[in-house]
Design a protein around this ligand. Structure first.
Ligand SMILES: [Zn+2]
Length: 155
């Protein structure tokens, strides 16, 4: 099943570096905690099962830089993990409300969208109809935490 969009977790190289260092890129130690069910994991782009070992780290999801490149908290698996198993829209995130924030090539934010449950995938496709849009960040509605980024697949 091919998709014209790519869904990007915390990159594997970044996860390796953070786990190896024992702290994130901002000096916060990686502290293991036991997950409740339903915590969004930004390494595997799925919700946690109860009992998994996870950690909260600070992460800057934008590779574009600039003043809009926010750093924020994300949950990851403490230990090495397989990453996303599918390359389509992450199934566990389909029925969540989300903020979709588009950015242009310079990393400046364009007009975002509040997506109701089940609407994120369609709203993303609509946002990418605008050729100015380079990347869209999918974020939590209340806390604003980054869930994953989306870009057009390189063809
Ligand atoms: Zn993981």
């Amino acid at each position: 099943m091919n998709s014209d969009l790519e869904y990007l977790p915390v990159p594997a190289a970044g996860l390796d570096r953070i786990r190896c260092n024992g702290h994130d890129d901002y000096g916060n130690p990686v502290v293991a905690r036991t997950a409740d069910a339903g915590t969004p994991l930004r390494c595997c782009l799925r919700l946690s099962a109860a009992g998994e070992q996870i950690a909260l780290i600070a992460f800057q999801p934008s590779a574009l830089g600039g003043p809009y490149a926010e750093i924020g908290p994300v949950f990851i698996h403490v230990d090495e993990c397989p990453g996303p198993v599918d390359d389509g829209f992450p199934a566990d995130f389909l029925d969540r409300r989300a903020i979709l924030r588009p950015y242009d090539a310079s990393g400046s934010m364009l007009d975002g969208v509040l997506a109701e449950p089940g609407m994120s995938e369609g709203e993303l496709k609509r946002l990418f109809d605008d050729p100015q849009v380079q990347v869209v960040q999918v974020r939590n509605v209340i806390a604003g935490c980054w869930n994953f980024s989306v870009r057009r697949s390189a063809s």
